[in-house]
Design a protein around this ligand. Structure first.
Ligand code: IVH
Length: 669
């Protein structure tokens, strides 16, 4: 294809895909099938590959992420992020209305909206393109999370119609739909990670992740609730929201004009009923005076506007009987007391159990078996017990003693000074801890053994076929075939999965061992430093502490684990069975030198010899750090063709050195 023709086709496809994204993500109104949409994307991707000179960084193909942000730069908000006065009582809403009417004597309307329970974000646009996304932070300054926000499909990278202001900001709330929150938590539990408490925490944790490709997979969403511009050429907030929708933003369909106070109350009651069916969390409604001039007249108090208020829903609370308290042992041996409740309907779901957290929680609320307790949905998803109805307590009830031996293996429990939880110290003999360790070992991020999930592990453990992770490699077909729900074919598949896992890299094997405090990153650093298990096993504490990111806690944990004879034997056995206990060539290459140690670079633009991602990788392989934005701490801006003018400007302002691709390559040698 000719260049001009390619450019035209790329522009056409880009516009088409953008419009479909808008219809799908902002308006929830898809007009073509997923298949047809994917075909358009495939066409655009292949053209962009063939003609990289036409690749727009804001192209819809670029939202799969891939950039890494190590440090999120702090940005001061030009217009402070105000908070909202809030109330739980309708009476105070009437008082709010009366206060306003005292100050203005013209007729006016309110706009009522949902109060989204997520993470507030300010999105800055220049000439119709997203240039920066900053979290609310403390209201004065927040974090630059642009790289991650660029992966959110309902946030346009480029605006639609041409009547948007040249430069402006919109604010809104980033949130997670319940079904995605549940998917993320299920995955975390499977990987032996602590689940997020609620969708808000999950959204906020996701926004601060370093790898935007992971963020992209989390499917965050965003509703816009205000347009920030000094002289917005519009009269009302309602109009501004309609405009925002036309420009490409997602604005809730529940935004409603209310002419008087009764209409506001009607809205509140309507939304309260709707709440359980929305599929995402809200914690109330926001009531705003619609006319922008009137908003200005009313002004703001110390931190919140006089023209708006939030009506917050009380957490729904029900009472039910606490039938019994049982104790669960987690993968790490931590003991969690659980309340088994008489089933009760709460926020649309049946609740039968609630966590009692630890001994202090039980003691503080003086919770006893047989009590009538109040249950609320904290963050709307996880039920929690908030109080005991003492008026209904049985005269003869007794305080429930916390257990002192493990319910699974009988070992006396320990509770370290200053720690809230009791632990079972029998790491290698307590069944849930053994099974948990094996589950962690086989999980996707570790040895990734397909077909060896929690149910199969339970079965193999019950049959006495596995007692530790090395036993997995000695399983035989005739043993597996005999198991429930396991035929000859699944046995073959499982054995193939086990065999394949023998090629998993040393750093992942190290992570898979489940040594306390040795997560993926620590395992990678250890593997890169010591190169093989032999050297790591022989390392003294001082040598361990020399490794980046390894402190006292991790070093002690490693030494303790390596000192156990059974662990040494297990490693020896797995080494003989063919697992990787030294760096392979690939991993050797992944750390090339320390020549850029202590230096931080920003990479911007298009280059001749390497792609942006390759350059970033090179920086890391030579011990340097990559950042998404320039700050006074940046050591250099590696700028290629079409490098963003704002980056160059900022580099010159902060006296950050601008480096060409060739200069950078010279630095490496
Ligand atoms: S308007 C000056 N509208 O609530 C008006 N805020 O306490 C400022 N929020 O962190 C905000 N939904 O992120 C507004 N429909 C909505 C909202 C909303 C949620 C959050 C906002 C802020 C907090 C204000």
């Amino acid at each position: 294809m000719h260049k001009a023709e390619a450019k035209k086709k790329i522009d056409e496809l880009t516009a088409q895909i953008r419009e479909h994204n808008y219809q799908y993500y902002a308006l929830s109104n898809p007009v073509i099938s997923d298949y047809d949409f994917d075909q358009l994307l495939v066409q655009l991707t292949s053209l962009e590959k063939e003609f990289p000179e036409f690749l727009d960084p804001n192209s819809p193909t670029q939202i799969v992420g891939g950039s890494i942000t190590k440090d999120f730069e702090t940005i001061k908000h030009k217009v402070p992020f105000l908070s909202l006065g809030n109330t739980y009582s309708e009476e105070e809403i009437s008082e709010f209305d009366a206060r306003i009417r005292k100050n203005i004597d013209v007729n006016f309307a309110y706009v009522c909206e949902l109060k989204y329970d997520g993470v507030a974000i300010g999105l800055h646009y220049k000439h119709g393109e997203l240039v920066r996304a900053v979290t609310r932070g403390d209201g004065e300054q927040g974090d630059d999370v642009t790289n991650n926000v660029r992966t959110i499909k309902s946030i346009p990278l480029k605006l639609r119609s041409g009547d948007y202001p040249e430069e402006f900001e919109v604010r809104g709330e980033i949130f997670l739909h319940h079904h995605i929150f549940e998917r993320i938590n299920a995955e975390r539990i499977k990987n032996g990670e602590v689940p997020f408490a609620n969708p808000r925490n999950s959204a906020s944790g996701t926004l601060k992740m370093q790898d935007s490709a992971v963020v992209a997979k989390r499917s965050l969403d965003c509703f816009i609730y205000s347009v920030i511009l000094e002289n917005l050429p519009l009269k009302t907030h309602y109009e501004s929201m309609q405009k925002a929708k036309k420009w490409g933003f997602k604005v809730s369909e529940h935004l409603t004009l209310c002419q008087d106070l009764p209409a506001v109350f009607k809205y509140i009651h309507h939304v309260n009923g709707l709440r359980a069916h929305l599929g995402f969390d809200i914690d109330g409604v926001v009531i705003k005076v619609d006319e922008i001039e009137l908003q200005k007249d009313l002004g703001i108090t110390a931190k919140s506007p006089r023209w708006a208020i939030a009506y917050k829903f009380k957490a729904e609370s029900v009472s039910t009987k606490l039938l019994s308290i049982t104790f669960q042992v987690g993968r790490t041996g931590s003991i969690t007391p659980v309340a088994n409740l008489q089933a009760v309907l709460l926020g649309g779901t049946m609740v039968k159990r609630a966590s009692l957290h630890n001994a202090d929680f039980i003691e503080k609320l003086d919770i006893r078996e047989g009590d009538v307790v109040f249950v609320e949905k904290g963050g709307e998803v996880i039920p929690k017990i908030t109080a005991v109805d003492l008026s209904k307590r049985d005269l003869f009830s007794q305080a429930h003693p916390f257990i002192n031996a493990c319910p699974e293996c009988g070992t006396p429990l320990v509770r370290a000074d200053g720690e809230a939880n009791h632990y079972c110290p029998n790491e290698d003999g307590c069944p849930p801890q053994i099974k948990g360790k094996i589950e962690h070992f086989t999980s996707r991020k570790a040895m990734d053994i397909e077909g060896l999930g929690s149910e199969t592990i339970e079965l193999l453990f019950k049959e006495g076929l596995i007692r530790n992770v090395s036993d997995i490699y000695e399983l035989q077909k005739k043993q597996l075939e005999k198991l429930e729900r396991m035929g000859s074919k699944s046995a073959d598949n499982l054995l193939a999965g086990i065999e394949n896992s023998k090629s998993i890299s040393f750093s992942r094997v190290l992570f898979a061992l489940g040594i306390r405090h040795v997560g993926e990153t620590v395992a990678r650093k250890l593997a890169a430093h010591f190169k093989n298990m032999e050297a790591l096993l022989q390392a003294e504490k001082d040598q361990l502490l020399e490794v980046e990111e390894i402190g006292e806690k991790i070093a002690d944990s490693l030494l303790k684990w390596f000192a156990v004879k059974e662990n040494q034997e297990m490693i020896e056995k797995m080494k003989k069975l063919g697992l990787q206990f030294e760096l392979n060539q690939n991993e050797m290459n992944s750390s090339l030198s320390d020549s850029l140690k202590g230096l931080t670079f920003v990479v911007s633009g298009v280059f001749e010899k390497y792609s942006r991602d390759e350059l970033k990788k090179l920086i890391e392989q030579h011990g340097g750090k990559v950042s998404g934005s320039i700050s006074a701490k940046t050591s250099g801006l590696i700028a290629g063709a079409e490098s963003g003018p704002s980056k160059l400007e900022k580099a010159s302002k902060l006296q950050v050195k601008v480096i060409t691709e060739n200069e950078f390559i010279e630095m490496l040698s």
